[in-house]
Each structure stands twice: as C-alpha cells, then as structure tokens.
Design a protein around this ligand. Sequence first.
Ligand code: ADP
Length: 589
Amino acid sequence: MSDVQPLNKKQLIEVLSQTKTATAIHIGEEALIQMANQAMLTIWGKDQSVIGKTLEDALPELKGQPFAQMFKKVWLEGITISGAETAADLEIDGEIKTFYFDFEYRAIKDEFNQTICILHTATDVTDRVSNRKLMEEFFNKEIALEREQALNEELAASNEELNAVNEELAQSQEELLTLNETLERRVEARVKELSASETRYRIISDELAAINEEMTASNEELALAHEHLKETFDELEDKEIALRLAIEAANFGTWHMHSESRELVTSARLRELFGFDAAHEITIEQALGQITEQYRAYVAEKIENALHGNGDYDVSYAVIGFNDKKIRWLRAVGNLKADKSGEFSSFTGVVMDISLIKKDEQRKNDFIAMVSHELKTPLTSLNGYIQVLQRKAIVFQDNFVNSSLEMAAKQVKKMTGMINGFLNVSRLESGKIVLNLSYFSLTDLIGTVVEESRLMETSHTIDFQSCEHTPVYADYDKISNVIVNLLSNAVKYAPIAKNIEVTCTIINQRVQVSVKDHGIGISAKDIGKLFDRYYRVESDNQVSGFGIGLYLSAEIIARHNGTIWVESEFGDGATFYFNLPLHNGNVKS
Ligand code: ADP
C-alpha cells in the first residue's frame, strides 16, 4: 500500500470535475468559486470563466436571493446547509428562469477544525418539481373541478332549496298579504264597532244619567208614596174598625175560606144564622147541609164558580136552623182575593138575614099574583066581548067601529101579556113554572111572531132572515113570549131609528136568534144587571115597563139549556141574542 500515492489537491479537483453530480468548491465569505464541474456550470448556464469569481460576480442574478448569505454562514460557522427543491432564479441564455435544486453547502474542515472550503453539490430537480407541480396542478384542478362539481351540485340543490324557500316565501307572502287584508278588514270592522260602541256607550251614558235622574225623582216619589201609604194604612185601620162596627150594627155574619184547604172560619153571628151553637166553629159541609134542598146545589155551584171563576158571589137562599129548625132567608155576598204568596186565595164575605125582606117580597108577589089572577078573568071576558063585537061590526062595515075595536083588541092583548108576565114571575118564584115541551121549527115560530108583531107594531119595520132547518124541543108559548118581549123592547127603546133586524143562524148544533135595533143602546154598567128581576135602566124619558120581561126571558131560556145575552153600546142600538139546542129528530107539527 505504501507505493500508492495520495491524491493531491489538483487531482482531487479533477476527480470532482468528473462527477456527474453538479459540484463546485467555494472559499471565503463571498464564496469565491474554486472549482465548478460541467454539471454545475450547466446548471448555472455559465462556462469556465466563472472560476475565480465570487458567487455574486459569477451569478449576479442571485443578488437579492438568500444563497450568498447561506455560503457566508457555512463559511463562518463551519456548518452544512442543505435544501430540497429550493427555487433559484438563474439567467440562462440571457433569460431569468426559475429552477429547483436539492443542494448542500458543506463546510470542509482541516485537522484544526478550520473551514478550508465549501463543497457545493446540487441536483437540478426542476423537471421533477415541474412535473410534480403539473401533477399537483392537475390534481388540484381535478379536485377543484370535483369541488366545483360538488359545489355546483350543492349550488343546484341550494338553488332548488332556495326556489322552494322562495316559493314558500311567495306563499307566505301571499298568506301574509291575505292575513294583512283580513287584519286590515278586522281592524276596520273593530274600528267601526268601537265607534258604534262609543256611540252606544254615549247613548247608554245619557240614558243612565236620565235613569239616575228618574231614580232620584222616583225615590222622592217613593218617599211621598211611603208617607201616603202610611196615611192610607191608618185610614184603612180606621175603616176596618168602622166596617167591623157596621157589620156588628147590621148584625151581619162573616166568613173566611181558604181556597185550597177549604178551611172555613166563621163569625159567631154566621153560626147563629145557620142555627148552630155560636161557640163552635163549623165546616163548609155543615153550612151547606143547612141550606134547603132547593138551593143547596145552586149555592155549592156558585161557591165553586167564585173560587175558580171571577170570584164574585151574591146569592140568596133559605136555610133550616140546625138547632132551632127555623127557616131563615139569607143573602151572602163574597169576594175572592189572591194571597200575596200567589199560592192560594181567600174567599171572604158577609151573610145577612133577609127573611123580613123575603117575607115582604112574598107578600108583594102574592098580591101581584092575586091581582093578576083577578084581572085575568074580566080581561078574558073583555077580550071575548071585543071579538064578538068585531064579528058583528064586519056586517055593518063601519070603519070607525072596526078600527076602534081593533085598537081595543091590541090593548087587551098587551094587558093580557103584562098580566101573564106577572103571573109567570110569581109562578117562577114559587117554583110552579112548568115547561110544556113539544117539537117545532124555531124559524117557523119566529116567522109567526114577526108577522104578528108587524101587525101590532106598525111604527117599525122588521126584517127577518129565516133559517132552513131549526128543529127544537121546547115550550112553544114561552119561547114565543121571549121573542115577543125582545121585539117589543126593540120597538120601545128605538123611538127614532125604526128598523129592526131578526136573524137566525145555526152554530155548533145550536140555533142562535138575534134581534137588533138601532135605538138608545145600553151602557156597560147596566148590561150586567139587565136580566135581573125588576131591573130598569134609569133614564130621563122613562118608557113604561116593569123590568120583568128580560128576567122572565132569561129564566125561560135557562130552563131550556140555552143562553141569552146582549151586545150594545150606549147610544148605538142593541142586539139581543139567545140560543137553544137543536133537536136532531123530526119536527112533529
Ligand atoms: P121593561 O122593558 O118592561 O122595563 P125588560 O125586562 O124588558 O123590562 O127590560 C129591562 C130594561 O132593559 C129596560 O127597562 C130597558 O132599560 C132595558 N132594555 C131592554 N131592551 C132594551 C133595548 N132593546 N134597548 C135599550 N134598552 C133596553
């Protein structure tokens, strides 16, 4: 080995020059180029003329690039600096281009650790970098493309979503618009309502104020009324005392009956009148038990009517005393008054002893009956004589005698009618009136009576509209009396308007007859009493009469299960009606 000579510096440089790796040797802080092989020169784009020049002189384009500084650091600090794919701008063929290098600046030191040179190796990796960059660019582009595509898709999706949102938005907007309109309308309506309410409120306010005023006035009135009431109450108390005294003085009996429980509370005098022991209370049944059989049912019915009808009660009846067996005639007058609770009524009244009056009446009736009866016989013979004279007078054809006899016959007939009336009243009173029933046509009867009346009452005209089929089962003479009476009243009480209308109608299985005049009429206060015995309306120019015609007519119609009534206004004529039940059988003549 000893004959192998170590390479000298020059040889070493020669060797380095041969390497394919681009190699250069620099010295000093300024990186003076000692050696650069061909590969390095190719990288630099220079020739051998750069040998012996500083780096900056050899490669002035490196000015402003970090390489000179790196060389200085390596030289001064004896370190190695390497880089990979480091970009360097080099002037090649008069053009600055960027190249990439893997490089190393390595400080070569002697045995004293002193830097003697810098070994600079470099590999041009520009192609690799470029390729990689191209690749990267390509991939980047691909990725960008993909991203773009994804982005586009996302965009499309977003667009769609956006569209949907837009549509929703449009819809919402529309809804919003409608809502707005509705709201506006509601607001408008509410405003209107409010203004109406305000007006109403104002009206109510005014009304309230008026009511308030009224109330104040009413309160004052109330206070006055209260005072008045107190006074009235005191007066009432006085009156009650006076009434009690009057009742006692008149020797009236009093009673009080509960409409529901029928409990009867009577005064001692009432019990006395019924012949009971004055100290013990009696029941309604006990009281009714003492009424004579003739009146008992009638009184019981009147009590029921008073309790459930209009409350008016005015009856006269005979009782037989429970203990003393004495017959007394009593008149009871009562009235029904609803209790404040509204649950029951009080039926109260007074009972008076009318035995004396009854006795007087009886005497009067007996007298009238006797007189009527006595008058009837001479009147019948007078009538007979007149008829005989009439027949004889026809032969002599003396008009004066004829008409005088006719007048006499009329007057006798009138008188007979009056006397019959009185007789009938007394018969009625004593219960001796008997109906002589037969089948006949009421229309025919009315026709006959109207004909007779036309002959008797020549001053008036009587129209009659007859009915077709009016069979009745009744007392021919008594019904005839009723019609005669109504017609003669129509004549008597219509002195000026001389027309009388008689009609006959069938209503609900009843035949209804009406007699209408256009005379003085009847006032409301008299209508209710017209059918009472001896009742006559008071008037200035009194027409003669006894007030028994309508009383008898009502009794006769009632006994035939019929009804009689009148419709009239004072000064405007009167229409009297009565009805009788129709008989379904054939009329036997
Ligand atoms: P009289 O006619 O004999 O007085 P009535 O019993 O027939 O008795 O009549 C009773 C009263 O009714 C009469 O007094 C009269 O006041 C009144 N009256 C009867 N009919 C009519 C009539 N058609 N128009 C006006 N008043 C009448």
